[in-house]
Design a protein. Structure first.
Ligand code: XMP
Length: 506
């Protein structure tokens, strides 16, 4: 196992991810984790991440210098290298000129780490400070035009450091460098895989939860589903899932969740059909933010009522992913939409959280889900907002509009899947703008709903571009919707990106 000590760098989690890709198990810990705790884990190697601070500032993040004499190989990256240099007697100063972006790296003395590099290679830099002189015992292994020490090492003590970022794709040989560190320097075997992740997580969950009672708010989305199945493997019937149907789900979704969790996985699942209750609360409401607030609050009420019936609950499972952790850290971001997440916690409930996916990215969660035996439809399910179809119906929500939208959405998703596009497109769905227009069908005038089709490519939902869906697929979608749903006589395709639009219409 390898430990990544996090100094707050933008790419810290990417380091962990690259290490996992090289089939080495790794855990990320805060930089100030006590030394005893670090050595108790018996790591094969330690990586210091980058970070925004300057080592010569007062109270700059630092590690216990004892870490350098544990005999465990250390790789310092960016800030991590500056810290190593400073703590071991080298010199670090503010660079006259910052290095940012693609930079040419000149390897002057290849060592175990850099032996896979040609003498000139591209690398990715992002730093304002630089190491002016390497500490005693270190040799300088690479330079750039502006950095006299772009990489350094002391192989006798197994200490290595690079100023550039091997973890980003813009350092083409970065993964080779990490491989060298893990396999050659640390002697890791590269045998770790998702199966080992499952074993490790199960042990951790059991350790944390013991015989405690665990609750999971299941939404049917990938994250909460994978988290629930993983925790169930660890604690069995001490886990109870609550699945609240707010009546704003897609066609067939509730049924599928019930079948998968109750029948396939034999998980204790409380199903609450609260559709009526939500629809009553939403009657006459047209303002998007009000809708979201009502749904969020009502969800918490229902969830509270159900969990109260269960007696003492000690832990709550959440399918939080690493990007969620990062995003919720951006306290300064303006509220564009108040996101409601299934599992949004009542403030006065006293649970401890179990978040077994908090180090993973979405695609890793999908691999994990498959490994755990979840059906493809759940593993590959596109993101779906907590307030569900409510944010895809503009204006008041009624039973009729929900029915129309559900049918139209099933056509969109069905045709996208039939065209084999479902795994490449981030989100694709139907929207009911609530407007009616004139049409003609069978020589008769119609005055019926319009359906808007939305399909976007995105990496994280923060920005998105509309998808150039082939015309024949769009044509099929349109034909089927107007032919199969009598309340619809017009289909339009949304060709705006985010920004300036958002992905959802409300
Ligand atoms: P927007 O519409 O803000 O959506 O561009 C970005 C991503 O977030 C999803 N979304 C939500 N997810 N609760 C959620 O869990 C919400 O209230 C919510 N609103 C939007 C949206 O589907 C897209 O993936």
């Amino acid at each position: 196992m390898v430990i990544v000590l996090d100094f707050g760098g933008q790419y810290s989690q990417l380091i962990a991810r690259r290490i996992r890709e090289l089939k080495v198990f790794c855990e990320m810990l805060p930089y100030n984790t006590p030394l005893e705790q670090i050595s108790a884990k018996n790591p094969r190697g330690i990586v210091f991440s980058g970070g925004p601070s300057s080592v010569y500032q007062e109270n700059a993040p630092a590690v216990d210098p004892g870490i350098y004499s544990l005999g465990v190989p250390v790789l310092g990256i960016c800030y991590g290298m500056q810290l190593m240099a400073r703590q071991l007697g080298g010199e670090v100063s503010r660079a006259v000129q910052r290095e940012y972006g693609r930079i040419e790296l000149n390897t002057v003395e290849p060592d175990d780490l850099l032996c896979c590099l040609e003498s000139l290679e591209q690398c990715w830099m992002s730093h304002g400070d630089r190491v002016d002189s390497a500490p005693p015992g270190f040799k300088i292994t690479a330079r750039t035009d502006l950095a006299p020490v772009a990489a350094m090492s002391d192989p006798a003590r197994k200490l290595y450091a690079v100023q550039f970022h091997p973890e980003v794709v813009h350092t083409p040989k970065g993964q080779d460098i990490l491989r060298q560190f893990l396999y050659t320097v640390c002697g890791c075997g590269g045998t770790w895989d998702m199966g080992s992740f499952i074993d490790h997580s199960m042990a951790e969950i059991r350790n944390k939860v013991g015989e405690g009672k665990v609750l999971c708010a299941l939404s049917g989305g990938v994250d909460s589903s994978v988290a629930a199945v993983l925790v169930h493997r660890a604690v069995g019937d001490n886990l109870t899932c609550v699945f609240v149907n707010h009546g704003l789900l897609r066609k067939g979704e509730a049924e599928q969740v019930l079948t998968t969790f109750r029948e396939q996985f034999k998980i204790k699942l409380i199903y609450v059909d609260a559709s009526r209750r939500f629809l009553d609360k939403l009657a006459g409401v047209t303002d998007p933010e009000r809708k979201r607030k009502i749904i969020g609050e009502e969800f918490i009420r229902v969830f509270e009522e159900e969990s109260a019936k269960l007696g003492q609950i000690d832990y709550l499972v959440q399918g939080t992913l690493y990007p969620d952790v990062v995003e919720s850290g951006t306290a300064t971001a303006a509220v564009i939409k108040s996101h409601h997440n299934v599992g949004g916690l009542p403030k006065d409930m006293k649970f401890e959280l179990v978040e077994p996916l908090c180090w993973l990215f979405k695609d890793e969660v999908r691999v994990l889900g498959s490994e755990l035996g979840l059906p493809e439809e759940i593993v590959w399910r596109q993101p779906f907002p907590g307030p569900g179809l409510a944010v895809r119906i503009i204006g008041e929500i009624t039973g009729e509009k929900l029915r129309v939208l559900r049918e139209a959405d099933a056509v969109v998703t069905g045709e996208i899947a039939a065209a084999g596009l479902d795994r490449e497109i981030w989100q694709y769905f139907a929207v009911l703008p609530g407007l009616r227009s004139v049409g003609v069908m069978g020589d008769e005038r119609t005055y019926a709903y319009t359906i808007a089709v939305r399909a976007v490519h995105s990496h994280d939902g923060m920005t998105a571009d509309w998808v150039r869906i082939p015309y024949d697929v769009l044509g099929k979608i349109s034909n089927r919707i107007v032919n199969e749903i009598k309340e619809v006589n017009r289909v339009v395709y949304d060709i705006t990106s985010k920004p300036p639009s958002t992905i959802e219409w409300e």
